[in-house]
Design a binder for this molecule. Structure first.
Ligand SMILES: [Zn+2]
Ligand SMILES: [Zn+2]
Length: 253
């Protein structure tokens, strides 16, 4: 399985894009500003999009991408998300005010098809099993555990303290864990309020982890990435922890 990191920042700026992972060229996991790095051909190749939550940094690329490929797209693109996320997209984005309602355009065959998912459900998409895993965030949010039958990775979505995550990871034993650590230890109050982790909160949570996957930190706030990683290395010397990088292509084989 190939995972291309088109965006993994908690903000924007030169060289920084928000959460967008392209899996095996045709499956997109979140559609943040990283979508804009794709060519038209790459966008047209995407058949399924799995969304963690409706926060703008995870969906802003979606309406713009649909407008770009609208005239050329061969078959409807499937979008998978919690029912609350689908409602939010319909109500607040595809509402004819912010953007056209692509759930009904073009009339004869709309460009997107929305599919509701629920936590604990396992989706079968493009020969992959995608398990919907719980997340803790101020708006309805999930993570996903993606397996191609041989290799797997878990993405926490945006999430703060989440005790229900760890038993699932221990049971499924993914090769890679992509986890949100947005803030430094000094910003713990803000992290708690906004539903994200700090290195210190991660170090407390990770005590529940009984497996040893490679760990990649994502969603770091611009400007403090170095401090976050330094604090992670200091607090978690026994784990293989790296920063997820823009442009990185991870091959799980
Ligand atoms: Zn969020
Ligand atoms: Zn986010």
């Amino acid at each position: 399985m190939k995972i291309e990191i088109l965006g993994c920042s908690g903000g924007i700026g030169q060289g920084l894009k928000t959460t967008t992972f392209l899996i095996d060229d045709s499956l997109l996991l979140d559609a943040g500003t990283g979508v804009e790095l794709m060519t038209m051909e790459q966008m047209l190749n995407i058949r399924d999009i799995v969304i963690t939550h409706a926060h703008l940094d995870h969906i802003i690329g979606l309406p713009l991408m649909l407008a770009t490929i609208f005239d050329h797209n061969p078959t409807p693109i499937n979008i998978y998300a919690l029912p609350e996320v689908i409602s939010a997209l319909k109500q607040h984005i595809f509402n004819w005010v912010i953007w056209p309602d692509y759930t009904v355009l073009p009339e004869e065959r709309p460009i997107i098809k929305m599919h509701s998912v629920n936590v604990s459900e396992t989706l079968l998409i493009q020969q992959k099993k995608i398990e919907v895993i719980p997340a803790q965030h101020p708006t309805p949010t999930t993570g996903y555990l993606v397996s191609d039958g041989q290799n797997s990775f878990a993405f926490t979505g945006d999430s703060g303290i989440n005790d229900s995550l760890w038993p699932i990871l221990n049971d499924r034993n993914p090769d890679l864990l992509i986890i949100d650590v947005s803030f430094t230890n000094e910003s713990e109050e803000l992290a708690r309020l906004s539903g994200h982790l700090t290195p210190s909160l991660l170090s407390q949570q990770i005590l529940q982890l009984q497996i040893d996957p490679r760990i990649a930190i994502t969603h770091l706030k611009p400007g403090v990435e170095g401090i976050i990683m330094q604090q992670c290395q200091q607090l978690l010397p026994q784990h293989q922890i790296d920063r997820l990088n823009h442009g990185e292509v991870i091959s799980l084989i």
